[in-house]
Design a protein. Structure first.
Length: 116
């Protein structure tokens, strides 16, 4: 069974930091491109960051460049999203996504709320 399990969300004050994790199972993680998306209430789901299967290539939404870092540990089947300098506009449910030749998988999401 394919699973993507996100964790690390929560309530944080503006300017704070969080690290999201997504643990994968049921497929060959190291062959998949991994992405983080987010969806705020009443808004479309948007791509936040992506990382290639080896970790050698990353890209980011303009709104998070310089504040967020995506990384992966293929030995642990885990992708991370380190978030710094959080602002209220970062409030959303964050989803992990795996994209590969054999499938496109989603996690259940983790809530991030940035508020004072």
């Amino acid at each position: 069974e394919v699973q993507l399990v996100e964790s690390g969300g929560g309530l944080v004050q503006p300017g704070g930091s969080l690290r999201l994790s997504c643990v994968a199972s049921g497929f060959t993680f190291s062959r998949y491109y991994m992405k983080w998306y987010r969806q705020a209430p009443g808004k479309e789901r948007e791509l936040v960051a992506a990382i290639s299967s080896t970790g050698g290539y990353t890209n980011y939404a303009d709104s998070v460049k310089g504040r967020f870092t995506i990384s992966r540990d293929n030995a642990k089947n885990t992708v991370y999203l380190q978030m710094y300098s959080l602002i209220p506009e970062d409030t959303a449910v964050y989803y992990c996504n795996a994209v590969g030749a054999l499938g496109n998988y989603w996690g259940q999401g983790t809530q991030v709320t940035v508020s004072s």
